[in-house]
Design a protein around this ligand. Structure first.
Ligand code: NAD
Ligand code: TYD
Length: 350
């Protein structure tokens, strides 16, 4: 791991990972390639941007010339690929952008790695970051394991499933040293306020309605983002080539229960009377094709590599709320401009 290319390092999970790797591996160079879409933000990395072992490159993973030249210029030996269009609701509105970045972009990176590495050796690694959503939707019982057949049901999860298949195909066909992980829902500081938890925190601060899809009965398995970054570091350094690892929090919540907990924390932190935030809950039209339940069996990564979550949900949620309340300027910046158009289309016409 001399020269590590991280894609999507200015996004939510990517920025936490970049920070961890820059600090933990001072002798490695970390090159962050990010297009800075609406979801990417250099403010997320302000505290490490001057580190001598860090470089930022603004660019698109689909750009063949740029990606091939970056591999050569920095003699990249390791890739951690996070860049993606990541929001299900946006994928329903505009699937093509998801095919472009998530599928074509991934194959472009694989081609560049293959070219630079002559298919790859022990000292190379192409680590693809994926999601549990590729496995589809669970009923009331059961957990996703690494052997669960793929059954993606949204344009987002279909594009991630497709990219996962390409990554495995390069392992089988060309012997590329790949590794994959599929993680459950992340939450924590720096998450763009279109995903459930930061959207609702922002709306509570501004006393705006909390749009709960359907009856709020869908279940997600939540993991604190820094625990995900720790898991990625563990898998990157200790995982076996060609393998897939599921990552999750063993922390299932029905949306409406999570929202009520969040409301009570927010009332306390904002010094508002009990029940103020809950009164903002508004049940709205369900998401099309809304997956009912995700839950991960993270036994393999624990047994083989010794990783497990370190932050409880109650602690993590409180830390997250504290971060948003003390970073209102960050929130203001990311919720101006295009965000207002997105919000109008997504919620006010619902
Ligand atoms: P995010 O949307 O916050 O960040 C994505 C980053 O990728 C942004 O910085 C954006 O600018 C960049 N990007 C987008 N298109 C690009 C392109 N064409 N070229 C270069 N950069 C581009 O996403 P996130 O939540 O941090 O997710 C990161 C990865 O983890 C994704 O691959 C996602 O599928 C996966 N994942 C996310 C979660 C979750 O709960 N957020 C869970 C499991 C897996
Ligand atoms: P989200 O954060 O978009 O993650 P994902 O769909 O990838 O799991 O949504 C989490 C859950 O919250 C999901 O069941 C959809 C629901 N949800 C709402 O009820 N209202 C909202 O405004 C959003 C964004 C999500």
């Amino acid at each position: 791991m001399k020269n590590i290319l991280i894609t999507g390092g200015a996004g939510f999970i990517g920025s936490h990972l970049v920070r961890l790797l820059v600090r933990k591996y001072p002798d490695s160079l970390i090159v962050n390639l990010d297009k800075l879409t609406y979801a990417g933000n250099l403010l997320n990395l302000a505290d490490i941007e001057k580190s001598p072992n860090y470089r930022f490159v603004k660019g698109d993973i689909v750009d063949e010339k740029l990606v091939f030249s970056l591999f050569k210029e920095y003699d990249i030996d390791t890739v951690v690929h996070l860049a993606a269009e990541s929001h299900v609701d946006r994928s329903i509105a505009n699937p093509m952008e998801f095919v472009h970045t998530n599928v074509t972009g991934t194959v472009n990176l694989l081609n560049a790695a293959r070219h630079q590495w002559k298919n790859g050796s022990e000292s190379n690694r192409f680590y693809h970051i994926s999601t549990d959503e590729v496995y589809g939707s669970l009923g009331e019982t059961g957990l996703f394991t690494e052997k669960t057949p793929y059954d993606p049901r949204s344009p987002y999860s279909a594009s991630k499933a497709s990219s996962d298949h390409f990554v495995r195909a390069y392992f089988h066909t060309y012997g590329m040293p790949v590794i994959l992980s599929n993680c459950s829902n992340n939450y924590g500081p720096n998450q763009f306020p279109e995903k459930l938890i930061p959207l609702f925190i922002n709306n509570i601060i501004n006393k705006k309605p909390l749009p709960v899809y359907g009856k709020g009965e869908n279940v997600r398995d939540w993991l604190y983002v820094i625990d995900h970054a720790r898991a990625i570091d563990t898998i990157l350094t200790k995982g076996r080539s060609g393998e897939t690892y599921n990552i999750g929090g063993h922390n299932e919540w029905k949306n409406i229960d999570l929202i009520r907990l969040l409301c009570s924390i927010m009332d306390k932190k904002l010094g508002r009377p009990v029940g103020t935030s809950e009164s903002l809950i508004s049940f709205v039209k369900d998401r099309a094709g809304h997956d009912m339940r995700y839950a991960i069996d993270a036994g393999k990564v624990k047994m083989e590599l010794g990783w497990e979550p370190s932050v409880s949900f109650e602690q993590g949620l409180e830390k997250t709320v504290d971060w948003y309340l003390s970073n209102e300027e960050w929130l203001r910046q990311v919720t101006s401009g295009n965000y207002l158009d997105y919000y109008r289309e997504q919620y006010e016409e619902r």
